[in-house]
Design a protein around this ligand. Structure first.
Ligand SMILES: Nc1ncnc2c1ncn2[C@@H]1O[C@H](COP(=O)(O)OP(=O)(O)O)[C@@H](O)[C@H]1O
Ligand SMILES: [Mg+2]
Length: 406
């Protein structure tokens, strides 16, 4: 048999297995998308969901590519995605050049498009969205077998989970607070240069709970430190409310941090000879318009531990004091680097409940973790691999801290 047909069947078989293990339609489509990307070596893949509460506006809910698509959307009929959604028919755009077809794009979020595959998906009789693949490494078109497998995959995903779930409205991004483009970071030690960030493109939205997920060493802390103004990118752009900070001076970065950012680390860094309240009051002397120590301790649920010294508190309680300390200056954004990594399950949940409350009250949160379960609490999850943003999930089904299990 033709090898491309064998390959296509293999991909379908793999997708079928993944879909049978999936718990939700999102998960089924995401796993299917990744398998298809792997098998046809597509450069990028995106799942677009029609927002039934917004005139079927198609919004990206999951993507594998190195740009941030969060704010992108298509009305039905507009662009390849909107057209395919409206016609309910799969389309395989062959390699095309500018002007070939007035309603397809040559430029897709900075990616030069040479081939595209776009397939609508539904569950039961409800049309839900579109799945899109862009570019093959050799510049060729997607094959008919690849298009067939993709169509079969979305049918399987839709059937497997047909009656199981309500499709919830999409999460809507607020305004962009931080915008990072093509950010790299190299470290030089003697003659060796280590490239840690290799071109990150990411937006942080006001009020969101953003999780940066990834294996140890992939560059999460390096990226968080740049977002928080603790470090400079080697190249690329880092904008805060539209203002460029990539080449900011130390004192400009200090102002940025002081005015906007609260940090939480894995270690609590409390002063051992000061009690909980005194640790906070120390910070109050350093910032304008601080919150009262009592209020901050109330938010982290430690009003009854004000006079305890760090040695008289559990790890989770100490971490909550350090969160209270970060809250004292009423930061717009909290950068938290593995805040629960040193804690056991029960105390981790206590800390995450506090995080949940802080986000609910309007603070933007960027949290680094390698714990997959914590992703369920996030509005968006950015999975990093080897210094790059690799996958992004926009979460419609946010879990509470108390629902998490590990
Ligand atoms: N100051 C530095 N000098 C040299 N290498 C560094 C420095 N900081 C981080 N790295 C390297 O960059 C990589 C990513 O680090 P990091 O961002 O801390 O990863 P993560 O937080 O995802 O575990 C690691 O291999 C680390 O050794
Ligand atoms: Mg780290």
């Amino acid at each position: 048999m033709d090898t491309s047909v064998v390959k296509a069947y293999r991909a379908l078989h793999e997708a079928q297995n993944a879909i049978s293990r999936a718990q939700t339609l999102d998960e089924a489509l995401q796993e299917g998308l990744k398998i298809i990307i792997g098998n046809c070596a597509a450069g990028a893949g995106v799942i677009w969901y029609a927002d039934k509460t917004a005139g079927d506006l198609l919004r990206p809910s999951f993507w594998v590519c190195s740009t941030d698509l969060t704010s992108r959307s298509h009305v039905p009929g507009e662009g390849a995605v909107g057209r395919v959604y409206q016609s309910q028919k799969a389309e395989r755009y062959l390699t095309f050049t500018e002007g070939d077809d007035p309603w397809t794009v040559k430029d897709f979020a900075g990616i030069d498009v040479n081939a595209m595959l776009c397939v609508p998906f539904s569950s039961g009789d409800q049309l839900l969205g579109c799945i899109q693949f862009i570019n093959k490494p050799d510049g060729s078109a997607f094959t008919t077998e690849e298009a067939d497998v993709c169509e079969m995959m979305v049918i399987l995903a839709g059937m497997a989970l047909e009656d199981n779930e309500n499709i919830l409205p999409a999460w809507e991004p607020g305004r962009v607070v931080i915008r990072v483009r093509d950010v790299t970071r190299e470290f030089q030690n003697g003659d060796t240069v280590t490239q840690v960030l290799k071109g990150v493109n990411l937006d942080v939205y006001e009020g969101e709970f953003l999780v940066l997920l990834g294996e140890s060493g992939c560059g999460k802390s390096t990226l968080l430190n740049i977002l928080g103004g603790m470090d400079h990118p080697t190249s690329g752009s880092f904008e805060v409310f539209g203002e460029e900070y990539a080449n900011a001076t130390q004192s400009q970065l200090t102002d940025y941090r002081r005015d906007n950012i609260g940090f939480i680390f894995q270690s609590y860094n409390l002063m051992p000879n000061l009690n909980a309240k005194q640790n906070l009051e120390l910070i109050a002397t350093l910032v304008d318009n601080p919150m009262s120590a009592d209020e901050a301790l109330e938010i982290v649920n430690l009003s009854d531990r004000k006079t305890n010294y760090p040695s008289q508190m559990s790890g989770g309680q100490q971490q909550r004091v350090s969160i209270a300390r970060a809250l004292m200056k009423r930061p717009r954004i909290i950068m938290a680097d593995e805040p629960t990594a040193a804690l056991d399950y029960t105390t981790s949940i206590e800390v995450l409940q506090v995080m949940e409350r802080i986000v609910a009250e309007g603070t933007t949160m960027v949290m680094v973790t390698h714990n997959e379960e914590i992703c369920r609490m996030a509005d968006r999850v950015v999975r990093m691999r080897n210094g790059r943003m690799d996958e992004v999930t926009v979460n419609r089904r946010k879990a509470h801290a108390t629902d998490l299990v590990w």
